[in-house]
Design a protein around this ligand. Structure first.
Ligand SMILES: [Zn+2]
Length: 261
């Protein structure tokens, strides 16, 4: 009992000295805040660096639009960055990921490796393709004026097998400037104005977009758990591959869906 009291006393003195020391206390608070808000802070800084890079483009030749949300009959599309020029309309999907990125143009999911941990995310080339389809339809422009770009942060190391453009932020401006042939012989301001007019700025609608995406992912996972293909609705089956067994769509090769994890 005596000993326990002694231990408690020493413990209490320790706590008291931490609380009464403003430096230690503020460091502790800072660490706590960092832990709570780090993902948000990271995202914010990521956006900041992209905008800084895009600012390097001549304002006379390029119009930059950030965080655009457009709607068509397939739903809402959130586009990170659009660069409109007479050389084409660059549709940029930004991924502020770090670590090692593995991806393939034709796979449904890509992976991010952080040490021994592995996270799946949706193939951004497919995502951007959806955005371009919507833009084509909304702007009534030909597919070949759009240039899709997937841009990762400079911290990401990429092992991506793809013919379309997948780059790090450091290469964004030089990649855009590689396109110098005139593709659009119309006023780029009128295109920008049309997009700005159709851009959904309403917060509730934007929130709904996010919750719709979450609901879609949940429904897809449920389908896959019930051995139904989320892409085409056919039965999923257990298959033998080069690297062991996996669950894939019975409608292969028409449907290339493979269940991850
Ligand atoms: Zn399928």
């Amino acid at each position: 009992m005596e000993q326990l009291l002694k231990i408690l006393e020493v413990f209490w003195i320790g706590i008291k000295s931490i609380i009464s020391n403003p430096t230690i206390l503020s460091l502790l608070l800072l660490a706590l805040l960092m832990k709570l808000f780090y993902p948000k802070f990271r995202g914010f800084m990521g956006e900041f660096w992209v905008k800084l890079e895009l600012n390097k483009l001549s304002k006379k030749e390029y119009i930059v639009l950030n965080d655009i949300m457009l709607e068509n009959q397939n739903g809402t599309h959130q586009i990170d960055h659009l660069v409109i020029s007479k050389y084409g309309i660059f549709v940029i999907e930004m991924k502020n990921y770090y670590g090692l990125i593995f991806g393939d143009e034709y796979k449904n999911n890509w992976t991010q490796h952080l040490g021994k941990k592995k996270y799946y995310f949706k193939n951004p080339i497919h995502q951007n393709y959806g955005h371009i389809k919507a833009l084509e339809e909304i702007l009534q422009l030909n597919n070949n004026v759009f240039i899709p770009i997937i841009c990762f942060s400079n911290q990401a190391k990429m092992k991506v097998n793809s013919k379309s453009i997948v780059i790090q932020l450091d290469y964004l401006i030089q990649t855009i400037k590689k396109f110098y042939k005139i593709q659009l012989d119309m006023d780029i301001n009128s295109i920008a104005d049309k997009i700005k007019l159709l851009n959904i700025t309403n917060k509730d609608q934007r929130r709904k977009h996010v919750s719709n995406i979450k609901a879609k992912i949940k429904a897809d996972n449920q389908k896959a758990d019930n051995m139904l293909c989320p892409k085409c609705g056919n039965q999923l089956v257990l298959k033998n591959g080069k690297y062991g067994t996996f669950v894939g769509c019975s409608n292969y090769p028409k449907c290339k869906y493979i269940k991850e994890n």
